[in-house]
Design a protein around this ligand. Structure first.
Ligand code: KIV
Length: 266
């Protein structure tokens, strides 16, 4: 996709499945990275609540607030020209009731200019997904490992309950979700769910047979420290490169090599 390609819409995102086009999604939380990923041609940008970990330094996504995700989504939408921007609904911004979810998702769309929201849940959130769909708020469901349920799961573990996974994905689709994100699901089960659904599946740690893939951008860029699960491929080693640059800057300032004539005004 180039800068002149038409912007990705929810209907086009869904149609990609029947057209056999693989969907690409990356997370972004600010203007600079969102603009870069958009210009690189990614189909969708997720303002993920993973920002709680990679931006804010928390050990889980649970502390992220609605106001915080709205702030980051505003930074992202200012940069994006083509990609579909989807915003995560933070922990406790939708679990209380369908009405709470509609109100908060409405705020996200109104205040950020994003086109859709994502929430963690399948069968257990079917009423909420329906309420959002009935309010014409496009919603993606997040099934499998749900990081907001980390305390219930007892850790970030691969989810292997085939019956539960299929039931959650089907319930989300029937309730009106326009897509289902599958996190940490064995590839054969993800493939089966992908065959079963008419809406696209987007996998993270769910193998190659999903209709699309998402990665946390800080992970795939090699920026996160000491986090390298099996499903993450480093497409760059920016942590090492940024460390080298910072060390060189420190050394050059201390030695007087920077700023030199070329970087000084007369
Ligand atoms: O918050 C997030 O970044 C996510 C990932 C699973 C993509 O939901």
């Amino acid at each position: 996709m180039t800068k002149s390609a038409p912007a990705m819409t929810v209907p086009n995102f869904v149609k990609a499945k029947s057209e056999g086009r693989k969907l690409t999604m990356l997370t972004a939380y600010d203007f600079t990275w969102a603009g870069l990923f958009d210009a690189a041609g990614v189909d969708s940008i997720l303002v993920g609540d993973s920002l709680g970990m990679v931006i804010q330094g928390h050990s889980t996504t649970l502390p992220v607030t609605l106001d915080e995700i709205i702030y980051h989504a505003k930074c992202v939408t200012r940069a994006v020209r083509q990609a579909l921007v989807i915003v995560d609904m933070p922990f406790m911004s939708f679990q209380v009731s369908p009405a709470q979810a509609v109100e908060n998702a409405g705020r996200i769309l109104k205040e950020t200019g994003a086109a859709a929201v994502k929430l963690e849940g399948g069968e257990n959130q079917a009423r909420t997904i329906t309420a959002l769909a009935e309010a014409d708020i496009p919603v993606m469901a997040h099934v499998g490992l749900k990081p907001q349920s980390v305390h219930k799961f007892g850790g970030m573990k691969v989810q292997r309950d085939e019956y539960r996974l299929l039931a959650d994905a089907r319930a989300a689709q029937e309730a009106g979700a326009f897509g289902v994100l599958l996190e940490l699901v064995p590839r054969d089960i993800a493939a089966q769910i992908t065959r079963d659904l008419h809406v696209p599946t987007i996998g993270i740690g769910a193998g190659p047979d999903c209709d699309g893939q998402v990665l946390v951008s800080y992970d795939m860029l090699g920026l996160t420290d000491g986090f390298h699960p099996k499903f993450v491929k480093h497409f760059a080693e920016l942590r090492a490169e940024a460390t080298r640059a910072a060390q060189q800057y420190v050394a050059e300032v201390r030695s007087g090599a920077f700023p030199d004539d070329a970087h000084s005004h007369r």
